[in-house]
Design a protein around this ligand. Sequence first.
Ligand SMILES: Cc1cc2nc3c(=O)[nH]c(=O)nc-3n(C[C@H](O)[C@H](O)[C@H](O)COP(=O)(O)OP(=O)(O)OC[C@H]3O[C@@H](n4cnc5c(N)ncnc54)[C@H](O)[C@@H]3O)c2cc1C
Length: 422
Amino acid sequence: MTSITIIGGGVSGLFSAYYLQKAGCQVTIIEQGTFEDGCSFGNAGMIVPSHIVPLAQPGMIAKGLQWMLKSTSPFYVKPRLSWDLMRWGMLFWKHSTEQHVQRSIPVLRDISLLSKKLFQDLAASQEIDFGWHERGLLMLYKNADTEHEMAEEAHLANGAGIVADILTAQQVQDLEPQVRVDVKGAVYYPGDAHITPNLLVKNLVSYLKKRGVWIHENQEVIAFEKQGNKIMAVQTKNTSGERSIFKTETAELVIAAGAWSPVLTEKLGISLPLQGGKGYSFMVKNIAQNIQVPAIMLEARATATPMGTDLRFAGTLEVAGTDMTINMNRVRGIVQGINRYYPDMEVALPEKEKVWRGLRPCSPDGLPYIGRVKSFENVTLATGHGMMGVSLGPATGKLVAELILGAKTSMDIQDFNPLRFG
Ligand SMILES: Cc1cc2nc3c(=O)[nH]c(=O)nc-3n(C[C@H](O)[C@H](O)[C@H](O)COP(=O)(O)OP(=O)(O)OC[C@H]3O[C@@H](n4cnc5c(N)ncnc54)[C@H](O)[C@@H]3O)c2cc1C
């Protein structure tokens, strides 16, 4: 039985464990915190085959610079003297081209559709409850410029085989019978879906435990033991107070450590361009009149996702490395945005303790890193999914398992090569 060690207990690590365990491997997951600490727990839970245009796209740098001037704006780069940040920024700029967008569209579409199918299979199997709903996604806009941009994106999506319908304000309201929506219109993506991410993580963890996956929380991987071009073992340090160090021997290693992945790859001599894109979310509980369809409030760059009788709001992207502090000005920006789109909801600024934050692992070209690392014969990377890590979780896990088992991958993954930037 092949022994596999996975670093990171977010969706990328958990789904890798799910498919590897099913294939008969003995899997160990090592998580430096608890399973609630990563980006996979409190996010917006949208499953988005609609997102076929990468963040690195023409005009994004200009928009970002404009937004950066406002403390409540949805996009921010924390100024730092950092070579990694400069390199990441240069690569982002280099990929903000029409040519890159055109090249990425079919790749992002294919991995998203593969992942959605795997989510559907998982929901049908009833192995795990994760709040699966297929009600689509509304991209809400309030002004003519955004309407124009969205019409172009809808055209691109339809051309790529992803259905996108342009709706009037009244058609949007018809989809939301319980809540008043104040918009100019929307693009509706009926093929999108949503889940409750904390339920997914919690239930996936207990499912894996029951099937014999060894799970270690509060253990931070601090070093690797190598022999030639093979990793033989990982050393960890207990992060819950005691300072014991222990060692796990392994035949295969998967690095799925989210925004912290570059810290680990550096120990292997691999410089991985990746920045944490910090975002916030908070929950409004027990809503009598809830929204029905998840929505992105485009000008506010905020999202709303119904989760049972609760409603989760999320937003902002601060390129912040691994800084986890909460900036309430950004949260205030989200709240102000919401009240312009759903004026009757009167959402209040949550207390700081009720705000969740997570670091999206952002690659500079908007494509994930999924693949083997040439310099080592037993190391696979699974990270860099940015704003789409939950959506792409099952596909990532399946592709990782196929790579490790030496099977034909479900899709061509050369664009996800972790070493594509050298
Ligand atoms: C506000 C917000 C909203 C979002 N909404 C959506 C959405 O609607 N749809 C969507 O698809 N995506 C969304 N995302 C993005 C998504 O949450 C991420 O892309 C995804 O969770 C990344 O998963 P991961 O497993 O790669 O990383 P993580 O979930 O961050 O997991 C990595 C884990 O590795 C652990 N780790 C790191 N270093 C070590 C070490 N040395 N030793 C041991 N463990 C280590 C970390 O503690 C962490 O738990 C959103 C993100 C944010 C912030």
